[in-house]
Design a protein around this ligand. Structure first.
Ligand code: DGJ
Length: 760
């Protein structure tokens, strides 16, 4: 057993871990256990090594283990509930050939399989060598002890003949049992190789019946939770768009449903994972002919082709995977806790988000100094913390036809620059945020007239515009430096506390003709890496500045961008009923803390649905609250309602943002009702929301039996908005609130209520 103190992963605070790296005896031989794994002799397929190292990670309630099988392949042997330190683990042993059509290489749950030796499943790695050979069979070469600082353990694989190596990196979070896995591929051959497919990791599950959850969507319709049985073949979750995409999100949850007690919201075996990458990505969920399930994820192999010259390497994104016996709700709580504690740039103590006002739905592009100042005064009266000016303040931006790329202040709209507005906002005791869309350019801009070669394009071919804009090729160093430069200048010259970083189209014609042909497809990696490096450098130079990731709504939300940004904009759809289901989907993968949620005007522009301000406020208060309506049109009563609820929100915001989330009633599948509960980490407070969409046949709201409280603690009950049934006690034990539960008075169309419980 190796005990170590983890400094951080990557770059995060110290935690403690215990990682076992041992040898298990092979074929009955009893060889000494050792923490140091010697390099076994390289073997040809089908021969046996003498020693079979086994690697085991234990964290929170999870154990993950793999080892080297008799052929020398790295093979997963366990992923599930935590087992005792001395419990036996099966020796890694390849599965036999099932039939002449099902060879052992396919049947064996490999940790990271090269495409070779007759592999029909998704390979983790597929390459073409300079001489045309495409056979790659990776065997175990060596391993390191967990690094004393980072706790990361490396396992080295190598092709059975050629010097292509893969370093598999592993780190398990002791607080959640979530395992971080990623790979570095190294070419030590004398000639280049082309990587056609590179996964961060492959995860194996034993043969069973499973249900897959994944998130799909479209613009203004993100975060749809899909639930389907895993069946023979492959379900592909992906983006080929150059960025994360609205259409699929790089997250999955798989629950076992074979037993008499299938996995549900609050119980049952659930495996889950999220890929930390904001470029084109792919996750495949594959059930083979022998019912083995394998999840493989990393760079999207579509149009991929990364040439590695001799002694070059390519590092994949990180793929996080976890396990819980507490069902789908338990899975999201673990992942959300992990994101707060390990992923966010301010982890492990992210501040609850300021309540913002955003001008977009009020003014669209028609921003002016006087108009923004008038809105700022009204926002301040509500108790808003941050005033954000959206699109329209720069270049010749009157609508979406011009201006992107020209990041100077429009003098017609702001004759003396941004300072007077920023000063005004500060005098109103708010800080100031600004919208930018740094990676884009309108052809009608000075930047494009000067640098038409800076956009993604294939020379001589059409350049397809979307929203009248083209994508700057951020993979280019000059473009990267330009983007960093103007943002740095903007932040240095103005007192800006927050950037809303937008990205309003996907790629087309992703050409990069300034580099040799064999390097052009690196754009799929380099673009995203440069984006991350700009964000990282800006944060380092301007540590007070916070950033939101927006992409026409929720088109760029993933654990990669969340390592550099404080919050995300989940959707341009702010209709409260739609938001309820979106929030249900979103929080499966990401915490309330980062889920910006504006209250906008009624009837809603998208669905023409009319709803009360209380209902809209209570929907948005499930996440990071913002106001995005046209305050010039709000009545005095609206202003008073919003002011009161913002005040109440601040009192319980930390519990909402960072507490454990329980979906008491999911709004999905046509449910008339919805209810969520958030419990503070120390269980001293709980906040719960109830929503009815449309009461029918006089049916009352289902009784809410709360979850996650301390049964022995006395909690005082109070209403933030709405009422509970007569007879609800002013105080009772956690056991009472969880076992008896609360009857909520909620009838009508689009009604909501919000309550709190506080430890006495
Ligand atoms: C798309 C964003 O999602 C909106 O909130 C707004 O910022 C517009 N872009 C501005 O162009």
């Amino acid at each position: 057993m190796i005990s170590c103190t983890l400094k951080t992963f990557p770059g995060m605070p110290a935690v403690h871990c215990a990682v076992l790296a041992a040898f298990v005896p092979l074929l009955g031989s009893s060889l000494a256990l050792s923490a140091q794994t010697p390099t076994p002799p390289m073997t040809a397929p089908g021969t046996r090594t003498t020693y079979q190292p086994v690697f085991r990670f234990d964290g929170y309630t999870t154990t993950y283990a793999f080892g080297v099988n008799e052929r020398g392949e790295l093979q997963q042997i366990y992923w599930g509930g935590r087992i005792a330190p001395k419990d036996p683990l099966p020796a890694p042993k390849s599965n036999p050939e099932h039939a002449s059509f099902d060879n052992s290489y396919n049947n064996t749950p490999q940790e990271y399989a090269g495409w070779g030796a007759g592999l029909f499943q998704e390979p983790a790695l597929k390459v073409t060598f300079a001489d045309g050979n495409r056979d790659l069979v990776l065997h175990y070469l060596s391993s390191t002890k967990p690094d004393e600082q980072s706790g990361i353990q490396d396992i080295v694989l190598k092709d059975i003949q050629r010097d292509v190596r893969v370093i598999l990196h592993y780190w398990m979070d002791p607080d959640t049992g979530i395992l971080a896995r990623w790979a570095t591929i190294e070419n030590h051959e004398p000639k280049p190789i082309v990587i056609e497919q590179a996964a961060a990791a492959a995860w194996s599950l034993p043969p069973a019946h499973y249900t897959l959850d994944y998130l799909s969507g479209r613009w203004a319709g993100e975060w749809t939770l899909n639930r389907e049985p895993i069946q023979a073949g492959e379900r592909v979750l992906e983006s080929r768009r150059g960025s994360t995409g609205h259409q699929m999100n790089p997250w999955f949850a798989i629950s076992r449903n074979e037993t008499a007690d299938p996995a549900g919201e609050e119980h049952g075996d659930t495996w889950f994972g999220a890929l930390a990458w904001s470029g084109s990505w792919r996750i495949t969920v594959e059930q083979d002919q022998l019912d083995n399930v394998r999840v493989t994820g990393g760079f999207n192999p579509f149009d991929f082709g990364y040439t590695l010259k001799p002694n070059e390497k390519l590092e994949t994104p990180v793929f996080y995977g976890g396990f819980t016996q507490d069902g789908k709700g338990g899975a999201s709580r673990l992942l959300n806790h992990f994101t707060l504690a390990r992923i966010l740039p301010t982890a492990p103590n992210p501040k609850p988000r300021p309540v913002i006002y955003n001008s977009w739905e009020a003014t669209e592009f028609a921003v002016t100094e006087a108009g923004q100042e008038a809105l700022a005064e009204k926002a301040a009266a509500l108790g808003i913390d941050r005033f954000v000016m959206d699109d329209g303040w720069f270049g010749q931006r009157k609508d979406d036809h011009a201006g992107l790329g020209d990041w100077y202040v429009n003098k017609d709209k702001f004759p003396s620059g941004l300072k007077p507005l920023i000063d005004k906002v500060h005098s109103l005791k708010m800080d100031f945020g600004l919208w930018v869309e740094p990676e884009m350019v309108n052809p009608d801009s000075d930047l494009y007239r000067k640098h038409p070669d800076w956009v993604l394009n294939f020379p001589g071919r059409p350049r397809t515009e979307q929203r009248n804009q083209l994508v700057l090729n951020l993979a280019r160093k000059d473009v990267r430096d330009y983007v960093y430069g103007f943002l740095d200048k903007l932040l240095s010259e103005n007192q800006i506390a927050f950037l809303k970083w937008d990205y309003n189209r996907n790629w087309s014609e992703p050409g990069w003709d300034q580099v040799p042909v064999d390097e052009q497809k690196r754009v799929y990696v380099q673009f995203t890496r440069n984006l991350y490096s700009i964000l990282g450098e800006l944060r380092a130079k301007h540590p007070g500045v916070e950033i939101e990731s927006c992409s026409g709504g929720g088109g760029r939300v993933d654990l990669g961008i969340l390592h550099y940004t404080d919050e995300v904009w989940p959707s341009d759809n702010t209709d409260p009923l739609d938001r309820l289901t979106q929030q249900d989907g979103f929080t499966r993968a990401y915490p309330n803390q980062v889920m910006m949620s504006w209250v906008t005007d009624s009837p809603h522009w998208l669905n023409a649905r009319a709803t009360s301000l209380n209902y809209r406020m209570l929907v948005s208060m499930e996440g990071a609250l913002g106001i995005g309506g046209n305050l010039n049109k709000w009545s005095a009563q609206d202003m008073a309602t919003a002011q009161r609820l913002i005040r109440e929100y601040h009192l319980v915001q930390k519990t909402i943002a960072q507490g454990s989330l329980y979906r008491l009633i999911s709004p999905t599948n046509g449910s008339e009702f919805a209810a969520t509960e958030m419990v503070a980490p120390d269980r001293s407070q709980a906040v719960f929301f109830a929503y009815v969409h449309s009461t029918q046949e006089g049916r009352g709201f289902p009784r809410l039996q709360l979850l996650g409280l301390d049964p022995d603690t006395q909690y005082a009950f109070s209403s933030i908005d709405g009422s509970a049934a007569p007879g609800t006690p002013a105080q009772a034990s956690g056991a009472w609130w969880m076992n008896h539960g609360v009857d909520v008075n909620l009838r009508g169309d689009f009604q909501a209520a919000m309550f709190r419980l506080d430890k006495r």
